[in-house]
Design a protein. Sequence first.
Length: 549
Amino acid sequence: MFRLFYDEVKKATGIEDKFLRESEHADLASTVAFKLAKEQKRKPQEVAEELVEDFEFSGDYIGKIEVVNGYINFFASEEFFEDTVNAVLDEDFKYGGLKLGGEVLIEHTSANPDGPLHIGHIRNSIIGDTLARIFRKAGIDVVTQYYVNDMGRQAAMAVLGVKRYGLGEGKPDHEVARAYIRINADAEEDESINQDVEKLMIEYEQGNEEVIRLFRDVISKALEGIKETLETLNVEHDGYVWESEFIRNGYVDRIFEMLEEKGLLEHDGVHYIDMKKFGFDKDVILRRENGTTLYITRDLAYHLWKNENYERFVNILGADHKLIANQLSAVLEAIGLKPPETVFFEFVSLPEGSMSTRKGKFISADELIEKTLVEAKKILANRDFDAEEKERVARAVAVGALRFDFVRVSPEKPMTFDWKKALDFERQTASYIQYTHARACSIMRKAVENGYADLEFSYEHMDEVERSLILLLSKFSYMLEKVVSTLRPNVFAEYVMDVAERFNDFYHRNPVLVEDSHLRMHRLAIVDATRIVLRNGLELLGIEALERM
């Protein structure tokens, strides 16, 4: 709804987007008079007043306009607020959806399958999954993929470790990690292990059927455990694309041909690209002397495939991948292909220091989930739920705490996950939003129990607190558009939190189930509209909207 108001302002004024902004002093404000005043060497207030006189209005949603110190302030009309509440109530689950069209491939998580996901990986997963949910709500066809790194030294070490030591009875990704850690430790004392690993890498790339079966079996075991972890976090992928596929299907050969055609492929024992012409210090090696390719070679092939199959493709990568990602983009552009849009995120800090799967020094996502779940159960221990509901609510609270805290921080900022803060119902947390939604549900249940089923918004009864809340409810799809264009899901997380805070302000100031039937119906309409927006918003964040807490 806010977009309709925004577009009406643009149509009436002819003001460009860059001169329109949300404001604390108005529903929408323009700074265009300052630019024109500077050009004309006049006072912004005078210019703004002249501009307003020439505006032509034809819509229903602009209520009034004020000029204050050169700012042009726009305020929404009565009809806007009435239509917003009615639209939320009428559209219900569909509210906030858009029909932007188009398609996008989002590649996320893509952790090496040599062990379980650690807490850095799940920031990737949660950012990617949240973007996918928001893109779908915006009416875009979305495909999510996990790029399985089944080639290279790390994969070969995991495979050799499992071949030598076998797997225990534990969760398969953790068992693969134990074998991987053990083989790495043994390799420091036994050089023959490194020779065996190189042999495996060569045979796998050359297509040795027995070695392929061995790799497929071990990597699939790791993925089995990884998928289980992701499912716990409400994360799903539409497809798992294996690196080795691009060796087998000819896409790697096509990359070499394209580089040859552009005169970019150098050969001196190894095949490489001189990256100095692209502003990089070091060359990029694409094929070793033993004939095996490198990660970036297969990644170029994967992105050739992406170019041929999708109009838009987004990668979620850790900040430590910036160099190779920038090299990849430079090479893709040089051979006439579109580079990916990339969201870089900083990793989650740990008091234990840096993480290394090879040395066995990491905090797994499973450990973090379990610890958060235990604490959530403690918090909910005295709730009047049966055992089954208490377990379900605790899991929803624990997963919500993780997902919200991992997505609410801007991707480029480092973060520390503190489960005590993340589970605090009184702070800016997922628990707070879930509790606010449950509060709205409770009010609606009590209303029905008392026979107060009618909802009817009335502009005459609306005060400033309610006005502020409804304006925020109107911005749901507007916030989706922001995320689609900026790839910053934290913007939407902040929006949902703002709705929860604004609703609690309304709740504490304005009693809902009052004797005055007109006022009661008016406030119930606002409560139910907020309930719908919170529920729809939590769904896009991958968090269950609990009705009781």
